[in-house]
Design a protein around this ligand. Sequence first.
Ligand code: CUA
Length: 328
Amino acid sequence: MGPWPNDPLGPQARAAADIYWIMFIAAVIVLVIVDGGLIFAGFKFRARPGHTAKQFHGHNLLELVWTIVPTIMVISFSVLSFEKLNFMNDTRTNAEMTIKVEGTQWTWVYSYPEEQRFKAADGTYLQAAEELHIPVDTKVRLELSSKDVIHSFWVPNIGGKKDAVPGRPTEMWIQADRPGTYKGQCFEFCGTGHADMLVTLVVHPKADYANWVTGALVEYNRANSEETKRGRELFISLPCAGCHTIKGTRAGGKVGPELTYVASKPSIAGGLLSPVNEANLTKWIQNPPAVKPGTVMPKLDLSAEQITDLVNYLLTLKCPTNPTAKCP
Ligand code: CUA
């Protein structure tokens, strides 16, 4: 953010900023002329010793000027505003993809287009919460809806702001000039979690976007796979749940470390295994004492398949970007 109150980084925001600056500069010019004239006249024609205040009663040229000039200004601002509004409301022309955005107390869920590149192993299409990923310099149409109450989608630097209303679909578009992560905020009070209902928009270089999709599909497939479901049930039924807590499940043990966001931790086994990935989790679960002699975590008699299921499940336990979550 620069020294100015707005820092437009996309055509949508730029349209709003352009009109803001044009009106602001026009207002300053009017202020200087009107107040300058007032002060000048007040001093020059005021009553003072040896000088009586002058009285003016009508001046045709002045009256004409200050009627015609403001009329022209107001008409020009209207035309300009309509032109920008048309541009900002045009969600269709040149839109390269459509992403469905659903507001829910208190997060956004993004469903990517039903295209081959977003197709998951189970035949559904990529869907994710917390972060919206788009390619740079690409007009992306957003279809907004809400599961519960009215929310409002807004990323200030990118511009455009639209309500997500239950039962009444709305749409907007976004486009970013350069890659990066942009923060936004739900802009309609929607309950106790409203302040934490953030928008995180990640803009990728065009060549990188396919890579992100591939990675996101791996995660999506993992989260929706049979292995993960089996892993979750295994974790609850095995002694794991007696020692570890995973919030939102029946696993509530206090002996070992909490695993609610284990996949986002920098390491496991007290720092001996880093990063937290498939290989390290497998190594650890197979035989904890071999990795860390003296550890209280026992070597359980698990089949290779059971370990794969458990690892798949643990890798889905990622910290959401939502800051209300207490993450490692
Ligand atoms: Cu959703 Cu405020």
